[in-house]
Design a protein around this ligand. Structure first.
Ligand SMILES: [Zn+2]
Length: 169
């Protein structure tokens, strides 16, 4: 915040008026296990309701209800084709994380607690607690998907990161 105050005092004051859990990952709730950005969700919803929002209230809600039923039906059909424990989208996310996780190396203090760091950047260092599926970067805690640090720790434990994901959708 002090660095931001030097760069832009108006931005500092605007953020200072808001509660930290609205804009800082350190304060976000870990209950939802979601990596969806609210702005993206709003834009997607807005694009879907373009036709519906011009209608009277009851017709608008009926249109939205039908859109949601169609979406749920499509998703149920997709789920029937899944192979394995987690959905293909999360498998793709994990594959990208694997490509970055190979740059890290683990040191464990016991079977569940790891320090994960990069040899070329001493400041890029995090603590992983696999017993509670947590990393000090908070991505694992917030999304339920193992972050690059957690993947590194899970590999060190000789387990499959896909089995350590809390994320199914
Ligand atoms: Zn992490």
């Amino acid at each position: 915040m002090n660095e931001m105050k030097v760069i832009d005092e108006n931005a500092y004051e605007w953020l200072a008026k808001k509660h930290e859990n609205q804009w800082s990952r350190a304060y976000f709730s870990t209950s939802p296990k979601s990596d969806i950005l609210l702005n993206n969700m709003c834009e997607t919803f807005y694009s879907i309701i373009l036709d519906a929002r011009e209608k009277p209230v009851i017709d608008m809600f009926e249109t939205l209800r039908n859109l949601l039923m169609a979406r749920f039906q499509v998703n149920r059909e997709k789920v029937k084709k899944w192979k394995g424990r987690i959905c293909p989208n999360i498998k793709d996310v994990l594959t990208k994380i694997y490509m970055v996780a190979v740059r890290y190396f683990p040191m464990n203090s016991d079977e569940m607690h790891y320090q994960i760091s990069r040899s070329d950047d001493i400041r890029d260092q995090h603590s992983v607690d696999l017993s509670i599926r947590s990393c000090s970067c908070r991505r694992y805690d917030l999304t339920g998907i193992p972050c690059k640090h957690a993947v590194c720790a899970i590999w060190c434990k000789k387990e499959d990161p896909k089995m350590m994901s809390n994320k199914r959708l």
